[in-house]
Write a protein that binds this ligand. Structure first.
Ligand code: THG
Length: 914
C-alpha cells in the first residue's frame, strides 16, 4: 500500500508541528551539541534538525506521539537539513547526515506503527531555506542574488539523496515563499529519483505571508500553480503563517483550480503579541471539520503551535468523510509572471512585446551597451502599459555577453512588479542563454525557441530542459535541411516535432507554440511573394491537425523591406494579422504600441496591401512600393514616426507633488532627477522635500501595504526609488548643513541573532538616511555582543533592533538584558512583523534602563528618533511612553484574569429571555 493508494480511499492525517514541540522539551545547549565537540557550532540555538544527531530520542518521541495520535503521514525533522540553512550554524558539512538520520528516525517510528489496515508513511520535509532566489538582498542592487539556482540545486539534491536513502515515502516541499526555490526543489527531487529509479509523490505546500494573498516573492496562488503546472505533482496546499480560518478563501481557490490532491496544515492561529500560538483544539478542530465536510481536502495536519492533541482531534473529524476529488487538468495554456496568464477562448490573440530585443530595437541595444538598465526597463514597462501580455527578451548580439546580460536583465525585471506581472518569452539562439534565464524566473515562461535544425538528439535534449524548468516552448519550423518556406515543409516539420514532443518527451500539446516562420515579403524576389500566405495556410493546417498546439511568429519580420516607413509596416502587420488570427494564429511578437488596425486602413490602400500579403495579384508588390513612396513623401507621417518615441506618459502632466508621490508609489526613478531639481527651486531646502512630498509617498505606500493592496516586492521597489531621490538630494543636504550639526544622529540597525529577514530593516535604513541620520547597518543574524561592541566604538545615539520571526522576540529580550549588563544607556527602537507594543511593554522595556520604543512601521522612525534625541522633548516623550506601557500592562493583566475555560464561559452566556 502506498500513499497513492491510500489517498484515493480517505482523507489522510499529516502530523503536527516539530519546532514548537521541540521547544516544549526545554532543551539546553548540550542537547544540541551532544557529545559532538564542535567548537565551530557557535549558533546552535534553533537548529532543531541537529537533534536528529544529538538527541534522536526526542525526535523519535515526537514522531511516536503523532503516530499514536493517529497520523497517517509523519514528516521528517529535516526542514533545514541542507547546506544553505546549515551554513548559518557552521554545520554545512553535517547537512547530509542530518537529513539521512532524520529520514531514518521517521522511517523506524512509522514502521513500528504501520499495519495493513493503517499503513504509516514518511514525508521527507524540505523547507525553503533562509534565502530567496527571486529577490535581491540589497535594495540598491536589484539584480543581485544571495542564492542561485545551481547552488540551491546542489544543496537540495544532497538532501533528497540522503532522505531517499533514509527511506522516505514522499517528498514534502513546504512553507514555499518563493516559487523559484520550490522549482529548484522539484527539479532536484525529480533528478535524484531518476538516478535511483524510484517515483515518490511530490507534495507542495505554500505559505501566504501577507494580506495581499501572495507569496513573499509576490506571486498569486494562480501564478504559483501555473509555475508548477509542467511537473508531476501529487498534492498542493497551504501551511504556516495563517490559522485555519484565514486560509479558507485560498484553500477554496486551490481546490477549485489545482489538478492535484489538496492539503492544509495551519498554525494554531496567528502568533499573538507574545509570539505564542494560542488557538486550542476546541477552536481548531471545528474549523478543520468545515474543510473536511465541504469536501475541499485530502490531507490535513498541523503547523506551528499544534501538538499531538490536535492531530488526535483531526483523526475524529475525517472518519467516513469523502476526500476531495481533484479538479481536471485545464485544457487551456497557463503561463505566469507574478500573476497568471490563462489563454481562455475569449483571448483570440496574445501580443508578445518585441522591443526588449537588442537585435530588434536600436534603442534597446544602445541602452544595454551603455549598461543603462533603468532606462532599458522603461522599454519593458511601456510595452506592458501598452498592453503586451508577454514580453520577449533577446540579448543576442556579437558584442554583448549575452548570458550575463540576459541574467542581469531578467533579474532586474523580477524586481519590477509592474513588469514581472506578465510572463516572459526567453529569446535566444544560444541554449546556454535560455537555460541561464530560466534559472532566474519564478513564473512559467515561454522558451523561444527550439527546432530540429541540429537534428533530433539536440531537439530532444532542449525539449527536456524546457520540461525541467517548467516552461512552454516555441518550436521553429526548421529542420536538418533548413528553414521551411513552403506550406508542405512547414506542416511536415511541425508534425514531426509535435509527435516527438508529445509522445517522446512528454510536453503537453497546450504548451507547444509552433512558429511557421514569418519572412519578409515584397523584397523584390518573386519567390518571396507567397511567404505570408503560405504561413497563413500552414497556421490553419496546424491548428486543425495538431490538437492543442498554438501558433506564433515575429510579425515585424514581414515588412523588413519597408524599414523607415512605419505606416506601411504597421498597415501590413494589421492586414497579415487580420487574416492569420482568423485561421488560428494566437500569438505574435509585435510592437504593442502599434496603433493602426485593419479597419483604419483606407479601402484603396487596403486592396494593395491585401493583394501583396495574400499574394492575390501579379504586380501587387510594385503597387505597394509605389504606395510606400507616396506615403513617405507626406511629411506629417514622417513626423508621426519621430513623435512616437517621445510620447509622454499621462502621469507626467500632473503637479510636481503628485508626480513625486506617484514616482515613489510606483517605484519609478527615471524622472526623479528632473522632478527633484524642480522641487529644489520651489521648496525652501532639501530636507523639506523629504518631509513633504517624499514622505507623503512613503506613507501612502505604508497604508496600501497595510491594507493588502500592495505586496512586498512593490514595497521594496518604492524604497529603492526613495533611496534614489535622497541620493539626488544628498549634496544639497550636505551644503545646507554648513554650521549646523553634521547629522541628526547616529543609528545602529541590526536584524537580531537567529533571524535573516532584513527587508523591513533596510527600509528603515533608507528612511533614516533620508532624514539625515547616519546609519550603521550591521546586517542580519547579529548577536548582542557584536551590537554592544559596535555601539560603543561608534558612540551611536540609537539602536534599532529588527526581526520577523517569532524567536526574534525572545532574542530581543536577551539583547536588552545584555545591553544593560554592558552598561549601555542608548535608547532602543524595536520593529518587525511579529513585534508588538504589548510585547515591548511586557517583556522588553522593563528590563532596560533606557527607553525601548516599539516602532509601528518605517515611516514613523524619524519622528520617534527626533523625540528621543531632542533633550527638550525627550522627558515628555518618555513619560508619555511609560504611561502607555503601564496601561497596556494593566489591561493585559486584567484580560488574563478574565479568560475563562470554554465550559465556564458557556455557563456565563448572556441570556436575554430569563
Ligand atoms: N520568431 C520567433 N522569435 C523571433 C522572431 C521570429 N524573435 C525575434 C524576431 N523574430 C521578432 N522580433 C522583432 C523585433 C523587432 C523587429 C522585428 C522583429 C523590427 N525592428 C525594427 C527594425 O529592425 O527595423 C527596429 C526599429 C528600431 O530600432 O526601433 O522590425 O520570427 N520565434
Amino acid at each position: 500500500m502506498t500513499i497513492r493508494d491510500s489517498i484515493k480511499e480517505r482523507i489522510l492525517i499529516l502530523d503536527g508541528a516539530m519546532g514548537t514541540m521541540i521547544q516544549g522539551y526545554k532543551l539546553t545547549e548540550m542537547d544540541f551539541r551532544g557529545n559532538l565537540e564542535l567548537l565551530q557550532m557557535l549558533n546552535y540555538q534553533g537548529n532543531n534538525d541537529m537533534l536528529n544527531l544529538t538527541r534522536p530520542d526526542i525526535i523519535e518521541d515526537i514522531h511516536r506521539r503523532y503516530l499514536k495520535a493517529g497520523a497517517d503521514i509523519i514528516s521528517t525533522n529535516t526542514f533545514s537539513a541542507q547546506r544553505i540553512s546549515q551554513a548559518d550554524y557552521h554545520m554545512e558539512d553535517f547537512s547530509y547526515d542530518i537529513a539521512l538520520q532524520g529520514a531514518k528516525l521517521a522511517r523506524k517510528c512509522a514502521d513500528e506503527y504501520s499495519t495493513t489496515n493503517k499503513p504509516r508513511f514518511v514525508a521527507g520535509s524540505i523547507g525553503p531555506t533562509n534565502k530567496t532566489c527571486s529577490m535581491s538582498p540589497d535594495v540598491s542592487d536589484p539584480a543581485k542574488r544571495d542564492l542561485t539556482y545551481d547552488t540551491l540545486f546542489h544543496a537540495y539534491s544532497e538532501q533528497v539523496e540522503a532522505m531517499i536513502k533514509g527511506g522516505i515515502d514522499a517528498i514534502l516541499i513546504e512553507t514555499i515563499f518563493d516559487t523559484l526555490n520550490a522549482k529548484v526543489a522539484i527539479d532536484a527531487s525529480l533528478s535524484e529519483m531518476r538516478k535511483v529509479g524510484i517515483d515518490l509523490p511530490i507534495m507542495l505546500s505554500v505559505t501566504i505571508t501577507d494580506l495581499s494573498g501572495r507569496t513573499l516573492s509576490g506571486q498569486t496562488l494562480e501564478a504559483f500553480l501555473a509555475s508548477i503546472s509542467s511537473y508531476p505533482i501529487f498534492s498542493v496546499g497551504l501551511n504556516c503563517s495563517f490559522g485555519a480560518e484565514q486560509m479558507r478563501p485560498y484553500i477554496k481557490e486551490l481546490a477549485s483550480k489545482a489538478p492535484y490532491y489538496i492539503s492544509i496544515y495551519p498554525n494554531a492561529g496567528l502568533p499573538n503579541s507574545m509570539g505564542e500560538y494560542d488557538e486550542t483544539t476546541e477552536i481548531m478542530v471545528p474549523q478543520m471539520r468545515t474543510y473536511v465536510d465541504e469536501g475541499l481536502v485530502n490531507i490535513i495536519g498541523g503547523c506551528c503551535g499544534t501538538t499531538d492533541e490536535f492531530i488526535a482531534g483531526y483523526t475524529q473529524i475525517v472518519k467516513d468523510k469523502l476526500p476531495h476529488v481533484p479538479t481536471p487538468v485545464s485544457k487551456e495554456m497557463i503561463l505566469s509572471g507574478l500573476e497568471q496568464f490563462r489563454l481562455t477562448p475569449e483571448i483570440t490573440f496574445v501580443n508578445v512585446g518585441e522591443r526588449c530585443n537588442v537585435a530588434g530595437s536600436r534603442k534597446f541595444l544602445r541602452l544595454i551597451k551603455e549598461r543603462n538598465y533603468e532606462e532599458a526597463l522603461t522599454i519593458a514597462r511601456k510595452q506592458v502599459d501598452d498592453g503586451a501580455l508577454v514580453l520577449d527578451i533577446n540579448m543576442d548580439d556579437g558584442l554583448l555577453e549575452a548570458k550575463d546580460e540576459m541574467v542581469h536583465f531578467v533579474n532586474m525585471i523580477s524586481s519590477e512588479p509592474e513588469i514581472a506581472r506578465v510572463p516572459l518569452m526567453i529569446d535566444s539562439s544560444d541554449w546556454d542563454v535560455v537555460v541561464a534565464a530560466l534559472k532566474c524566473v519564478q513564473g512559467k515562461s515561454i522558451v523561444n525557441s527550439i527546432s530540429l535544425k541540429e537534428g533530433e538528439e539536440t531537439f530532444i535534449r532542449h525539449a527536456k530542459d524546457v520540461l525541467r524548468y517548467g516552461a512552454a516552448v516555441v518550436v521553429m519550423c526548421f529542420d536538418e535541411e533548413g528553414q521551411a518556406t513552403s506550406f508542405e515543409r512547414r506542416i511536415e516539420i511541425a508534425s514531426r516535432a509535435y509527435k516527438i514532443l508529445t509522445e517522446q518527451v512528454g510536453i503537453q500539446a497546450k504548451d507547444i507554440i509552433f512558429d511557421p516562420n514569418i519572412l519578409a515579403i515584397c523584397t523584390g524576389m518573386k519567390e518571396h511573394n507567397n511567404y505570408a500566405v503560405e504561413f497563413i495556410r500552414a497556421t490553419e493546417w496546424i491548428k486543425k491537425n495538431l490538437p492543442g498546439a498554438h501558433i506564433s511568429g515575429g510579425v515585424s519580420n514581414l515588412s523588413f523591406s519597408f524599414r523607415g516607413n512605419n505606416y506601411i509596416r504597421e498597415a501590413m502587420h494589421a492586414v497579415f494579422l487580420y487574416h492569420a488570427i482568423q485561421v488560428g494564429m494566437d500569438f505574435g511578437i509585435v510592437n504593442p504600441a502599434t496603433k493602426i488596425t485593419y479597419a483604419d486602413i483606407p479601402q484603396d490602400e487596403l486592396k494593395i496591401i491585401e493583394d501583396v500579403v495574400l499574394d492575390r495579384e501579379e504586380g501587387a508588390d510594385e503597387k505597394l512600393i509605389e504606395l510606400a513612396n507616396r506615403i513617405l513623401a507626406q511629411k506629417d507621417i514622417l513626423k508621426q514616426n519621430g513623435k512616437e518615441s517621445n510620447q509622454q506618459e499621462e502621469w507626467r502632466n500632473s503637479s510636481l507633488e503628485d508626480r513625486l508621490v506617484y514616482a515613489l508609489r510606483k517605484g519609478i526613478s527615471n524622472y526623479l532627477n528632473d522632478d527633484i531639481h524642480e522641487a529644489l527651486e520651489k521648496y525652501p531646502n532639501a530636507v523639506s522635500i523629504i518631509e513633504g512630498p517624499l514622505m507623503r509617498g512613503m506613507n501612502e505606500v505604508g497604508d496600501l501595504f497595510g491594507a493588502g493592496k500592495m505586496f512586498l516586492p512593490q514595497v521594496v521597489k518604492t524604497a529603492r526609488t526613495m533611496k534614489d531621490a535622497v541620493a539626488i538630494l544628498q549634496p544639497y543636504i550636505e551644503k545646507e548643513k554648513v554650521g549646523g550639526k553634521a547629522t541628526a544622529g547616529k543609528v545602529l540597525l541590526a536584524t537580531v541573532k537567529g533571524d535573516v529577514h532584513d527587508i523591513g530593516k533596510n527600509i528603515v535604513g533608507v528612511v533614516m538616511a533620508c532624514n539625515n541620520y547616519e546609519v550603521i547597518d550591521m546586517g542580519v543574524m547579529v548577536p548582542a555582543d557584536k551590537i554592544i561592541k559596535k555601539a560603543k566604538e561608534e558612540c551611536v545615539d540609537l539602536i534599532g533592533l529588527s526581526g520577523l520571526i517569532t524567536p526574534s522576540l525572545h532574542e530581543m529580550v536577551n539583547d536588552v538584558i545584555a545591553f544593560k549588563e554592558a552598561g549601555l544607556h542608548i535608547p532602543v527602537m524595536v520593529g518587525g512583523a511579529t513585534t508588538s507594543k504589548l510585547h515591548v511593554a511586557l517583556k522588553i522595556a522593563p528590563l532596560y534602563d533606557a527607553p525601548v520604543v516599539w516602532v509601528k512601521d518605517a515611516s514613523v522612525n524619524p519622528s520617534i528618533a527626533a523625540s528621543l534625541l531632542n533633550e527638550a522633548e525627550r522627558p515628555a516623550f518618555c513619560e508619555e511612553l511609560n504611561k502607555s506601557y503601564e496601561k497596556l500592562r494593566a489591561n493585559y493583566k486584567e484580560q488574563q484574569q478574565k479568560i475563562l475555560s470554554l465550559e465556564k464561559a458557556r455557563e456565563n452566556k448572556l441570556n436575554l429571555f430569563d
